[in-house]
Design a protein around this ligand. Sequence first.
Ligand SMILES: [Zn+2]
Length: 218
Amino acid sequence: MFIGHFAIGLAARKVAKLPSLAMLFIAVQFLDLIWPIFVLLGIEHLSIDPGNTAITPLNFEFYPYSHSLLMAVLWGLLLALVYWLFTKNKQGSWLLAGLVLSHWVLDLITHRPDLPITPFSEVKLGLGLWNYPSAAIVVEFAIFLLGAYWYFRAGNPPRKIAYWALIAFLLIVHVVNLTGPPPPSIAAVAWSANLMWIIVLWAWWVDRKKRAVPEQVT
Ligand SMILES: [Zn+2]
């Protein structure tokens, strides 16, 4: 799942004293933000295997440190703790921990059984929605568009055009991922996954209060 993760972050908007949109995006994509780093460091592996599931040519062979259930809980708690230390926002911190875990739950629905329970066990789970491309695509687009609309209504982002441009950009990236050829190499997968930080930066900018225009001095 790709844009579906963002949908959950967008839908979280209703909570009071909310972390910024950029923080929500970091939380929902936390596992996929650390994963390419682990891949580049050689700690986790994948291979390119067209047909692995109908949707993705990636075979997630070994990613227990970013994508096991136990680590998803621990990463969530760590992010929540760091956020709490800086903001003392308890509700927001628990929300972030839950959003980190939501990534694992959505991956559980879409991946074939490749998600470990802990880094120390052989048990791997996955319900395999990705083997049913039409259902997978409809579900993901639907929750993303709902989340996008929900955030716009409830959150009233200060930069509306930048917000809808970000939503359009995510949709385009998703369509390109779905229709494009398999990636040329593992390094290409890992490096392009790091581009997710652009989306985080963009979200930060969308959410930033516009400064009042200073009075003109003549
Ligand atoms: Zn993931």
